[in-house]
Design a protein around this ligand. Sequence first.
Ligand code: ADP
Ligand code: MG
Length: 395
Amino acid sequence: MIDKKTVRDVDLHGKRVIMRVDFNVPLDGEKNITDDTRIRAALPTIEYLIEQETKLILMSHLGRPNGQIKPELRLSPVGYKLTELLGKEVIVCKDAIGEETSKIISGMQIGDVSILENLRFHKEEETNDPEFAKQLAGYADIYVNDAFGTAHRAHASTQGIAQFLPAYAGFLMEKEINFLGKLLYQPVQPYIAIIGGAKVSTKIGVLEKLIERVSVLIIGGGMCYTFLKAKGFEVGNSLVETDKVNFAFELIKKADEKKIKMLLPVDHIITDKIEDDARGRLCDTKAIPSQMIGVDIGPKTIRAFKKEIKEGKTILWNGPMGVFEIERFAKGTMQIAKALASSRGTTVVGGGDSVSAINQIGVADRITHVSTGGGASLEFLEGKELPGVTALIDR
Ligand code: ADP
Ligand code: MG
């Protein structure tokens, strides 16, 4: 297991604390935050640090400014939103480093909260420049990382800074490590994994790891057609990664050898074009016509998948079952989301699109753990070391 010290393990009273958060929120054209989930997710740690009478300096990236100042990617809207959510003025700095920022930071009182400007306005953030990391570290006595979503990147604010300050996990980071760690190291069986989404290639590492852990592996979404192809089915114009058919074949073989139940769709919604006004029709796996594209799982498949989900004590879901962005092709994804919500087992959902499906249907509060990290969650579940996690002090 990964066991890291958290903000509970250190005397914070009167200390200057610099905390990396993931405030990479979606903005509309008018710089309005369209979804503040990530800001809310960091509130428990922020509120705890305020209660502990610290001077709290927050830092985050926003979007991809690539080392340049992009006015539309300033963190000020986030600062205002946080002010609103905390009911307390958050000091917004106009730069992450520099003289003016230093002055603001040194003027902070106990209980004050400030936020540095978008870290990625400096290219040194992503190159993990030690000098830049040292400057950030210079503001504080203690470093906290609560940004699980960027923990798979070795950047100055996620990894470099921990060379200069004692580094602790925030509550969100702790929660992610605990839940995902349980899936990786000691899942309660039966452990059912449902993997979907567009491509096999982005999920290979996870599939290889899961096959060692699960008792049932369910494959849906676009990637199922590469697997069906490997089994010898004709899949028409459905999404197939030709260079991954062999991987799929080997995985099917491995599941067989290990007596792991592997479920693939037996029926589909097919269409001739993936467009908003496209019409779908039902079709069995063995009868997909040559010009048609599979865009969702069919009712027989939904029933079969639901039956397994019901039996699971641990259930992981990553990747939509169909092109859920188009309402007509969203049924499979929504039904699986509902099945997870009514499961009595431990349910974990990861992946940007799967999480957005869970939110769309409004069942997030009935899922045991909705992971905030897309790429980071996948890498964690692959068993990869995340630099931002490794950098924290071991318990
Ligand atoms: P997540 O973000 O949850 O990890 P992915 O990014 O892997 O999920 O996959 C999500 C995408 O997969 C969605 O945009 C969805 O439209 C697409 N997808 C799902 N099923 C199919 C399909 N049958 N054909 C093409 N694309 C699909
Ligand atoms: Mg995605």
